[in-house]
Every structure is written in structure tokens, then in C-alpha cells.
Design a protein around this ligand. Structure first.
Ligand code: SF4
Ligand code: SF4
Length: 382
């Protein structure tokens, strides 16, 4: 598997450019910042890949723990791409695939994949509860409406994210959008299954989803989560999916522009926006969420020093939201991000991802700054 990347692996200059955002001179790799060793940065992981390729390093689950703390945030690619062109993330994720194929995965990742295999979600809950976020029949089952509103595992089962799912549905309804949901027929999009390296299982999930989309006549999808958005938009076409995919912030922005959606404000508030990696860096959606925020009367948008392509990951990507390989503590990426948000003087951190929301919301509590700042999804601010 790594053979395919031989040239790129040997091309690594060991320059360490993947450790920092050079535009703002600040650390950019969440796992490297948390643990501090080269093996937790792309630079060390490429050295590890070289060792595996040359047969000098044996892949075992203890060694792979270091690789699995990578959140697939893509910040290292952003730094390395133009200067050197190694694009380390694909190589790091190939190491994860080798770990899955050889059974050398840490127990936390094994438990996540087991739950996905047995229950179809990481919450160990039945599929019949997938639609439990719907309040008072507010959402119709999908039956050929213009859009499928795809909720995903976190939005379907997590208590905080269920509220966001409900709010997004409420806003779409108020704007007169024709949409429905698959509810208990919905299947996991599999983005995290892919990111922890189980390529075979990901393909099975994708094929099952595509079959379901074809059977039910889905042509356009609006997603709650940037992770599902990324899977449907970038990966599913290779298995024949041809539908249009948008993240809800993109649809909201369009609706605001055509006058179908108008935001109401109740006062002046300083808001800083945290770019989710799978919306921003992986898909270049930087402006739509900001356009939605800017349309809310009374919102003053202030940027963190690390924003857009230089945004600092919350630590929840690459399956880490479920496996928690990065752990807690003062140097956890989400707590660092909350401290960065506080320096802007904002009283709200807005985000557009249910995983980022929970990571940052927990971090606000861990930092003990609930009186100074709160986390809100963009849909809740409208
Ligand atoms: S992965 Fe790229 S940025 Fe990082 S050390 Fe190697 S060449 Fe430099
Ligand atoms: S993808 Fe993110 S967490 Fe992983 S090595 Fe690159 S910068 Fe670090």
C-alpha cells in the first residue's frame, strides 16, 4: 500500500514545515501540540512510513497509537503542499489502513469499528432511534422532495447535536425548502470509518447508501455535518453517486441571498467562527458560514488568529471524536482553541459541525469560562 507513495515518502525534506502555520507563525498540528514528539507530527509519521516501507519498523497497535492521534485535519498538507509537495495526510491515513488490515489497531479504534459493524453507529443504539430528534412531526420522511436532509450519526443520537438537527430543519422549513429525512432508514455516511483506515467497510457503507438514495429518488443532499458532506461530495462519486451535495451553511447562504431566509437579531454580540476542518480545509467552504453570520443583525464577526486554511482543529477529526486518542488536559486542542477564541473578545464561538460543537462546548466547561464565552451552532444564531 505504501509503495504507491514511495517517491513522496522519500521526498520528505524533514524540514518540519508541517508543524507550523507559516502565515501566522503559530502551531498548526493538534496532535503534535498535544504530545510534543516528532512522531505525533506529520514529519515523524512520514519517517515511520519510510521505516514500514523499508521493513525496518514493525506495525503494532502501540506504535499505531501515535498515528491514530492524527485528526486528519489536513493542516500539514496545507503547509507542505506548495513548498515540498509530500502531502503527508494520505500517507498517514495509509498507515492507518495498514494497521486495520494487520489487526494492529488500538483498542479504542477497534471498539469504534466494532460498534459501527454491529449497530451501524458508535452509540450502540438501534436504528429505530435515528429519527428521535424530530419534534412533533416537524420533519416529513423523504419521499421525493427536492432535498434529503442528511443528519448522520452524531446528529441522530447525541443530545446536543439532536437540538442542532432540529434547528436546521426548523430554519429550512421557515424558508420554504422542500426537504425530507430518511429517519430510521438513514445509514452512517462512513466518513470516520474511512478516516480510521477501514477502506473495505467504508465502501460497503457507501454502496448501501447509494442504493438507498437510488431507491428513494434522492438527487440533492443537504448535510448537517461537514464530515458527511465530505464523504458524499468527494468520495461517493467514485462508486457512482451523481447527486448534488451541499452543507447546510451553503444552502442557508443561498437562501439569504435570494431573500427566502431573513435573520433576526436581538442585540449586539461579538462572534468568532471556528472553521471545521472538513468544511474548510478539506472542501474550501470558508465564506458561506461567514456570510450567514454577517447577515444576522447585531452580529460583529471577529476572527481568531488561526482562521480559514490556517484554522486550528478542535481535535475531533479522524475518528478521534469517538476514540478520544488525544485525551483531555490543558493542551487538548479544543481547550487551546477556546483560549484562542477568548483572545478575540468574542462571547460566542460559532461553528457549523456537531463534532466541533461538542468538542468546544466541553472545552469551555473544562476551562471554566462558561461566564465569558459559549458555543453555538450557526443555525442556532439565526
Ligand atoms: S512532510 Fe512536508 S513539511 Fe513535513 S517535514 Fe516532510 S517535507 Fe517538510
Ligand atoms: S492531519 Fe492534522 S493532526 Fe494529522 S499530522 Fe497533519 S496537521 Fe497533524
Amino acid at each position: 500500500m505504501l509503495e504507491e507513495y514511495r517517491d513522496r515518502i522519500f521526498h520528505c525534506l524533514k524540514c518540519g514545515a508541517c508543524r507550523l502555520s507559516w502565515e501566522v507563525s503559530m502551531p498548526i498540528c493538534p496532535s503534535g501540540v498535544k504530545f510534543g514528539f516528532d512522531s505525533h507530527y506529520a514529519i515523524g509519521r512520514i519517517a515511520l512510513a519510510r521505516g514500514v516501507l523499508e521493513g525496518q519498523v514493525k506495525v503494532d497497535s502501540e506504535l499505531m497509537r501515535r498515528v491514530y492521534t492524527c485528526t486528519s485535519c489536513g493542516a500539514c498538507d496545507e503547509q507542505c503542499h506548495e513548498a515540498v509537495g509530500v502531502d503527508p495526510l494520505q500517507i498517514i491515513e495509509t498507515l492507518k489502513s495498514i494497521a486495520v488490515e494487520s489487526g494492529a489497531i488500538p483498542p479504542e479504534v477497534r471498539d469504534y469499528l466494532k460498534a459501527m459493524t454491529v449497530y451501524g453507529n458508535p452509540y450502540l443504539l438501534p436504528a429505530s432511534e435515528r429519527g428521535a430528534w424530530v419534534k412533533n412531526g416537524q420533519v416529513k420522511p423523504f419521499s421525493g422532495q427536492e432535498y434529503l436532509l442528511y443528519i448522520g450519526d452524531v446528529g441522530s443520537y447525541d443530545e446536543r447535536a439532536k437540538k442542532t438537527a432540529s434547528r436546521v430543519a426548523e430554519v429550512l422549513t421557515s424558508a420554504g425548502v422542500s426537504f425530507g429525512c430518511l429517519l430510521d432508514r438513514e445509514l452512517s455516511d462512513g466518513n470516520e470509518v474511512n478516516r480510521v483506515g477501514d477502506k473495505w467497510f467504508y465502501e460497503v457503507l457507501a454502496e448501501n447508501n447509494i442504493k438507498l438514495f437510488e431507491e428513494t429518488g434522492v438527487r440533492k443532499i443537504v448535510t448537517l455535518s461537514p464530515h458527511a458532506f465530505n464523504a458524499f461530495k468527494n468520495d461517493y462519486p467514485q462508486w457512482g453517486f451523481e447527486g448534488e451535495v451541499v452543507h447546510y451553511t451553503e444552502l442557508f447562504s443561498r437562501l439569504i441571498q435570494d431573500g427566502s431566509l431573513k435573520a433576526a437579531g436581538t442585540g449586539t454580540v461579538k462572534v468568532t467562527y471556528h472553521d471545521p476542518c472538513f468544511l474548510g480545509r478539506h472542501n474550501n467552504v470558508y465564506e458561506a458560514p461567514r456570510e450567514v453570520l454577517a447577515s444576522i443583525p447585531g452580529v460583529e464577526l471577529v476572527e481568531m488568529e488561526r482562521n480559514r486554511n490556517n484554522a486550528f482543529c478542535c481535535g475531533g477529526g479522524g475518528g478521534n471524536f469517538f476514540s478520544d486518542m488525544l485525551g483531555s488536559g490543558e493542551m487538548s486542542p479544543s481547550r487551546i482553541r477556546v483560549r484562542e477564541a477568548l483572545t478575540t473578545g468574542a462571547s460566542i464561538i460559532a461553528t457549523a459541525c456537531p463534532k466541533c460543537f461538542n468538542m468546544l462546548d466541553d472545552a469551555v466547561k473544562a476551562e471554566g469560562v462558561e461566564d465569558a464565552i459559549e458555543v453555538r451552532d450557526i443555525s442556532q444564531l439565526l
